[in-house]
Design a protein around this ligand. Structure first.
Ligand code: BES
Ligand code: MN
Ligand code: ZN
Length: 508
């Protein structure tokens, strides 16, 4: 989708839809916003008449279509509700732009002009960034596996954000460029996550990460099974051992590491993603119902690829390393078994009590590799780790755990600011005790209690003393519910949160 920012007379802009965002109107004493006066006049007063009916009150999510005769160059006017101005934030703008794109697409339109709202609450670049994110995210579709449906339109090709004042448009352009990078990166994460297990085994996930790296100028290394063996990564090898599709560890790197011994300079941050390209449960096999959803079990890794793309394109002044632990969890004669003792790269042994608790076994090696290879200032991992997290928090937020209160708080705030909420959960000694093993150092699953917390406790053993935060995105990584900028399927959650965290890294 092409995004443009211009100044111009909205009555003269051609296109399939001209979207007019409106703040919520009072039922009795509403007035036509003065900047819509010229459009209302061009429509022969029809805008005021429509608002007078009370059919559209500007509440968040409201839309109403008006058909102009000859007064306007655009073929349709779509009113889009922004909700109360006092409550306007970036996500309200994302949703409004998303609603306009969806309204255009369902009317088989390809070109949308959107009158950018002005508000004291947000500066023009922030407004443009949020609008662009909403529009580009709303334009995403998972395609490529279906014959073209005759009645489906081609989708929205171009969105133009209209500004009244040239200086506003100029500064908005920066925001729109940034928003495009963010949203296209999140769409990449969605696209990877939506691909089925047969199309995206670990080697293919690695290949796509490599391709992205090449496009945006990231360094990329892929460790195959021989290299994993050489480095004693018994965890990821055990999980991947049951599949004909061998595991991979992928390393994406942006920026330069600080000189050895230097205390100043660019901080190093590692982003680690669970990349289980399909999770059957292995020998502890899952029930058949809903098992297909486990094609999304690499959503953490997908978010890391998306975030690294944005980090590179935005040229962040940080050393950021993305690490994907990619494996397929399958039952077979070569699969790991319940009762197995597995030696991880860290040297700690893990008693496998359930082969379906595979994500943490993969992450054990990925986290230890991140920590020892890069000696980072912070590690953030993302994983569709536990069904227990879905029960605890639903799809309203990701579960947030860590060993460092300050980092956890920064991640929480980044989630709030990016509308990808993450909520702090406890990680105590008791959670660690629940995964002690009699036969080995750790076992890979605790009891039924606090399943998300004991999973996080397991991970904590592999990050040393490095500040670390863990996002359990099992409930947020994909959805059946559609939203104004969210089609059913993968969400690409984590990309916006991570960029918010990294862009504000210095200021914290
Ligand atoms: N990938 C699943 C977690 C999951 C479940 C994500 C539902 C999204 C939706 C993970 O590998 C898993 O199977 N976890 C087990 C752990 C248990 C065996 C200790 C679970 O949550 O049931
Ligand atoms: Mn599993
Ligand atoms: Zn899993």
């Amino acid at each position: 989708m092409k995004v443009r920012v211009t100044t111009g007379d909205p009555t003269r802009v051609a296109g399939d839809v001209l979207a007019l965002p409106l703040f919520e109107l009072d039922r009795d004493k509403w007035r036509l916003p003065s900047r819509l006066g010229r459009i209302d006049a061009a429509l022969g007063g029809r805008l005021a008449a429509v608002l007078g009916t009370g059919d559209f009150r500007g509440r968040a999510g409201d839309t109403l279509t008006v058909y102009p005769d000859d007064g306007l160059a655009a073929r349709r006017v779509v009113l889009v509700g922004l909700g109360r101005e006092a409550q306007l934030d970036a996500d309200a703008l994302r949703r409004a732009a998303g609603a306009a794109v969806r309204a255009t697409a369902t009317r088989r339109g390809e070109e949308l002009a959107f009158l950018a709202p002005t508000t004291r609450r947000l500066r023009p670049p922030a407004v443009a960034r949020a609008l662009t994110e909403g529009a580009v995210l709303a334009g995403y579709r998972f395609e490529g596996w279906q014959e073209a449906k005759p009645d489906a339109g081609p989708g929205v090709r171009q969105v133009t954000f209209l500004y009244e004042r040239a200086p506003d448009a100029r500064s908005a352009r920066r925001g729109a460029d940034e928003g495009t990078i963010l949203a296209e990166s999140q769409n990449l994460a969605r696209e990877l996550s939506n691909q089925p297990g047969n199309a995206l085994p670990p080697a293919e996930l690695a290949k796509r990460a490599q391709r992205t790296a090449k496009e945006v100028g990231l360094r990329c290394r892929v460790l195959g099974p021989a290299e994993l063996k050489r480095r004693n990564m018994g965890g990821i090898l055990a999980v991947g051992g049951g599949s004909a599709n061998a595991p991979r560890l992928v390393v994406l790197e942006h920026g330069k590491r600080r000189a050895a011994g230097a205390s100043r300079g660019r901080p190093t941050i590692c982003l680690v993603g669970k990349g289980v390209t399909f999770d059957s449960g292995g020998i502890s096999i899952k029930p058949a119902a809903g098992m297909g959803d486990m094609k999304h079990d690499m959503s953490g890794a997908a978010a890391v690829v998306g975030a690294m793309r944005a980090v590179a394109l935005l040229k962040l002044p940080l050393h950021v390393v993305g690490i994907l632990g990619a494996a397929e969890n399958m039952p077979s004669g070569t699969a790991y078994r319940p009762g197995d003792l597995v030696r991880t790269m860290a040297g700690k042994s893990v008693e496998i009590v359930n082969t379906d608790a595979e994500g943490r076994v993969v992450l054990a090696d990925a986290l230890h590799f991140a920590n020892t290879e890069f000696e980072p200032d912070a590690i953030v991992d993302l994983a569709t780790l536990t069904g227990a997290c879905v029960i605890a928090l639903g799809s309203w937020c990701s579960g947030l755990f860590g060993n460092d209160d300050a980092l956890v708080e920064r991640v929480r705030r980044a989630g709030e600011a990016s509308a990808e909420r993450a909520w702090p959960m406890p990680l105590w000694d008791g959670h660690k005790q629940a995964i002690r093993s009699r036969a080995g150092d750790l076992k890979n699953a605790g009891g039924r209690e606090a399943g998300a917390g004991t999973a996080a406790a397991f991970l904590s053993h592999f990050v040393g003393d490095t500040p670390w935060a863990h996002l359990d995105i099992a409930g947020t990584g994909w959805t059946e519910k559609t939203g104004p900028y969210q089609p059913a399927g993968a969400t690409g959650v984590g990309v916006r949160l991570l960029l918010e965290l990294l862009q504000s890294w210095k200021k914290a």
